[in-house]
Design a protein around this ligand. Structure first.
Ligand code: SF4
Ligand code: SF4
Length: 290
């Protein structure tokens, strides 16, 4: 039985304050009652984590949209970060919210997976949030989508960030021939791990930690191995009690391939846990930028 769990939480929240062209959640809005429901489910999850005293737990919030603009998520991160059984709590965010709340978090534990969306926010505004995080000595990574036309902007961001801040580039994979080898090498000079993200990693039949040491939880407490397999939940954290533990088992992947960082980092053959170590949830390699 694993004593350390990485939990990927995604509640019902599905709205975002940005309008990125490439995203289905752009400019959607939840009603007040939907937000209250999401906050209540989040609070229940936080309480459940607090009761798992025999485990070391990492949590990554992967909302369908932007969650950090809601106080419920800032409060959840603050609370989780101070729990002795939580080794990491991180959230994917567009960094549009003020980051002052981080100063009330345990900064050994709390971290941000931030993404810069150049069509939605000015370079200077995004960078000013990064500087505020630097002043607090907060842990965060910065990501961008690797559109070829964005290369100069990405390079400029790389140069302005502290050298120790990891900037990752997500490959644009909808067109399999989008990057030439020369393009990949240029982006690799900015993000040394870029090439790993350009590939849909063959995964069918391969051992994966998803469903064993890593699993997803939704707002109802239902657990699945990852976000990428269309399957029934294998358990429920609120209903199953000790039985739930027996269902956490090593399994082989039933999908042909896995192309998303939060999925393929669990594929045993890639050994990416050696690169990311304790920074695997917020996407920070052990060695920082390099
Ligand atoms: S910030 Fe993220 S969730 Fe919001 S529209 Fe852009 S890609 Fe989608
Ligand atoms: S390889 Fe990816 S899709 Fe397959 S089980 Fe692991 S995380 Fe899920």
């Amino acid at each position: 039985m694993q004593n350390r769990w990485n939990i990927i939480y995604r509640g019902p929240l599905s709205s975002c304050n940005y309008g990125c062209e490439y995203c289905p959640f752009a400019k959607t809005k939840n009603s007040r009652s939907e937000l209250e429901d999401d906050a209540a489910k989040l609070g229940k999850f936080v309480d459940w984590v607090a009761n798992q005293k025999d485990r070391q737990i990492g949590v990554l919030f992967t909302p369908w949209g932007e969650a950090l603009i809601h106080r419920s998520y800032r409060e959840a991160i603050r609370k989780l970060s101070h729990l002795p059984n939580v080794y990491r709590v991180a959230i994917q965010t567009n960094l549009s919210a003020q980051v002052d709340f981080m100063s009330e978090c345990n900064l050994n534990t709390a971290a941000l997976w931030t993404t810069y969306h150049p069509t939605q926010v000015s370079f200077d505004t995004f960078l000013s949030r990064c500087r505020a995080l630097d002043d607090m000595k907060a842990r965060y990574s910065v990501g961008v989508v690797g559109f070829l036309e964005a290369e100069e902007e990405i390079r400029r961001m790389r140069n302005e960030l502290r050298a120790s801040t990891y900037l990752w580039i997500n490959a644009y994979k909808r067109d399999p021939n989008y990057y030439s080898e020369t393009d990949i090498r240029r982006f690799e000079a900015i993000d040394p791990h870029f090439r790993t993200n350009t590939t849909y990693h063959p995964s069918i039949g391969k051992p994966c930690r998803a469903g064993y040491s890593s699993f997803t939880v939704d707002g109802a407490g239902d657990t699945r191995r990852c976000h990428f397999i269309d399957e029934k939940p294998f358990g429920n954290i609120y209903r199953d009690g000790a039985e739930f533990l027996d269902r956490l088992q090593k399994r082989n992947c039933p999908n042909q391939s896995c192309g998303c960082h939060i999925g393929y980092v669990n594929l045993e053959n890639l050994e990416l846990d050696r690169i990311y170590g304790d920074g695997i949830l917020e996407r920070i390699p052990v060695s920082g930028r390099l």
